[in-house]
Ligand binder design. Structure first.
Ligand code: NAD
Length: 495
């Protein structure tokens, strides 16, 4: 993907960070109703980088009212092509402010700048551009029923959308929700994760500059338990699109039942990356390491279980261990850094707890799994060998740079282990046998299967899983269906 943008100035986000970070409601930046604020912390330094308005139920309510007015008013009735043009202009503004947005995302989430430049930022712009193109291409069908009637369908926007976003890819996952919702003519109240609110607020300002009418996109920062729940339970919200943990997802389904809101959920994963003994072991080990250590393992589709066939097990463990040891961890602002910190102290402790659990369960830690330094939440990339399928480190999502390497005998054994968790988001398979990889791809319980590669996503392809991995799909035409409702129109021709 090549998108031209400029990343040049020394501290491009400084000006934005100096301002108090207010809510964005009805086209205005406002203090929260309670007047309270909370701090945003740079995970690499533990320093406070911004003070953010802490919204509550009152703010959520005001944002929903603004979104409703904008939905009934300018946004829904605007020419579809015009909506598309505004979204394209927004994409242009994002590119113009690339340096600032990339820096904000890196500081706020502890992501290496190099990774944001390569992945998060271009993916967000690509998503916006892709759905801007959809705005005037959403159509219905003329359906043959009977001679005396014209029967056809139209797709109408679902209405006011609550978009609840996690901290691991705030900008990219945020845009996965905003772009299709807005292209379809919906209006949005976005609730970023408390740990990473900054990019949402900045791109919200740029949306106004691009010409998005007030109230079409509102950003209410604050806790999930207040702002998030208020949106989920709100009678005037028509749809919730959520990415986060299965526990919160379950609560969202229950809350949404109050007025039968549409719900789409992208939840966790414990994805298997399966390496057969005829695979290109160099390529497979390289991709397996990237598949778990990218974004410090805080990826829903992380290849957190590497399944390796007996004959090549030791060699793959050795290769993975060498790669883990060689990863360049450090200051996210340094362009050569590959691995940054994890998001928070709480997350760091949880990951270190899992390392202790793995050892206690009898798995063998070949490298890593320790806090590095005493400032910033850095954990050295960890490889567990001799992992048994039933162990907790093989079943539970760690959401950190920890990989479990599990031995298997044959194809049936690999499938049994790969499909043997509560999740079903993604899977990878490595082999030169085309029949085997195809059989695996069909039988794997996963929303995405990668063959002889791992980890790619593209907004043109459906994304999501079932069971503890979620409900519904994002991306591509699936997202257009998520944010529209079909309507059947029957016109009597005998009048
Ligand atoms: P989380 O579920 O705690 O929070 C996600 C969002 O939900 C945040 O904005 C949070 O404030 C909000 N929230 C929290 N409680 C809420 C409530 N009661 N009602 C409404 N909203 C509430 O998850 P997280 O810690 O931000 O992210 C990590 C988890 O998300 C992991 O389990 C990971 O697997 C999953 N995830 C999945 C995907 C995917 O595409 N499937 C992507 C990223 C993360």
């Amino acid at each position: 993907m090549s998108i031209a943008y400029d990343y040049s100035r020394e501290t491009p986000a400084a000006e934005f960070l100096e301002k108090p970070q207010l809510l964005l409601i009805d086209g205005r930046r406002l203090a929260s109703a309670s007047g309270r604020t909370f701090a945003s912390i740079n995970p690499a330094t533990e320093q406070v980088i911004a003070s953010i308005a802490e919204g509550n139920e009152v703010d959520a309510d005001a944002a929903v009212a603004a979104a409703r007015r904008a939905f009934e008013g300018p946004w829904r009735t605007m020419r579809a092509a015009e909506r598309g043009h505004i979204l394209l202009k927004w994409a242009e503004l994002l590119k113009r402010h690339a340096d600032e947005i990339v820096e904000l995302e890196s500081l706020d989430a502890g992501k290496p700048v190099a990774a944001v430049l390569r992945q998060d930022f271009p993916a967000a712009v690509d998503t916006l551009t892709y759905y801007a193109g959809w705005a005037d291409k959403i159509s219905g069908d003329v359906v043959s029923t009977r001679d005396d009637a014209l029967t056809y369908t139209v797709r109408e926007p679902v209405g006011v959308v609550a978009a609840i976003v996690p901290w691991n890819f705030p900008l990219m996952i945020g845009m996965w929700k905003l772009a299709p919702a807005l292209a379809c003519g919906c209006t949005v109240v976005m609730k970023p994760a408390e740990l990473t609110s900054l990019s949402a607020l900045r791109i919200g300002e740029l949306a106004l500059e691009a010409g998005l009418p007030p109230g079409v996109l509102n950003v209410v920062t604050g806790p999930g338990r207040t702002v998030g729940e208020a949106l989920v339970n709100h009678p005037d919200v028509d749809k919730v699109t959520f990415t986060g943990s299965p526990g919160v997802g379950r609560g969202i389904m229950k809350g949404a039942a109050s007025n039968f809101k549409r719900v789409s959920l992208e939840l966790g994963g414990k994805s298997a990356n399966v390496i057969f003994d005829d695979a290109d072991l160099d390529a497979a080990s390289k991709a397996a390491a990237a598949g778990i250590f990218f974004n410090a393992g805080q990826v829903c589709s992380a290849g957190s279980r590497v399944l390796v066939q007996e004959a090549v097990y030791d060699e793959v463990v050795e290769r993975l261990t060498a790669r883990a040891k060689a990863i360049r961890m450090g200051d996210p602002a340094d362009r050569t850094t590959v691995l940054g910190p994890v998001i928070s102290e709480k997350q760091m402790k949880s990951i270190l707890d899992y390392v202790a659990i793995g050892r206690k369960e009898g798995a063998f830690l070949t490298t890593g799994g320790e806090r590095v330094g005493n400032r910033g939440y850095f954990i050295s990339p960890a490889v567990f060998a001799n992992v048994e399928h039933e162990m907790r480190i093989s079943q539970e999502e760690i959401f950190g740079p920890v990989v479990s390497v599990i031995k298997f005998k044959d194809e049936a054994d690999a499938l049994r282990i790969a499909n043997g968790t509560a999740y079903s988001l993604a899977a990878g398979v490595w082999s030169r046998d085309i029949g085997r990889v195809q059989r695996f791809a069909r039988k794997a319980r996963a929303g995405t299967v990668w063959i002889n590669t791992y980890g790619y996503t593209d907004v043109r392809l459906p994304w999501g899983g079932e069971r503890d991995s979620g409900l519904g799909r994002e991306h591509g035409t699936a997202a257009i269906e998520n944010f529209t409702e079909p309507k059947a129109i029957w016109m009597n021709l005998n009048v």
